[in-house]
Design a protein around this ligand. Sequence first.
Ligand SMILES: [Zn+2]
Length: 163
Amino acid sequence: MACKKCSKYPVRRNMCNKCFVEWFEKSSRKEIRESGFKKNEKVHLIDTEDINYSVLRHIFEQVIKLPLTFTEDGKKIFPSSMDSEARDLLERFFKERKANTKSIHLLKNFEQDDIEYYAELKRINGRKKTYSDDTSILIKALDKNFKNIKTSLSKAQQSLKDL
Ligand SMILES: [Zn+2]
């Protein structure tokens, strides 16, 4: 089997490293475009002090090169992965935790493993995220039998945002 985009040997998601990077950047670009940022718009990229923040910062500065003004009173952008979105949705219902609905989540369509793999390929440093809480362990267990459960939960989290 070869990479689904070229004929090289696949290493991640049926893609070679080069195509994986292209896919990751193209998807991020699409997500950012759909969020409708304007040139020089004020944004506040929340520093979660981990690899997700570093990756999103890299995407903004090196990949899309959209001139934005980074300031504390701007539109809030939160670098949460699909894993966080799925966990947050379940916790809203089972632990009655408040949802983080006031911010834009630009990495929500990526699994945490893919974000970290991208970081590794691009040599982006940052603290890796671990999901060792009860809810994440439950999701991991379900994920073995229901392949798209994380995607489904993350999508539900988005559509229930205003609930
Ligand atoms: Zn390829």
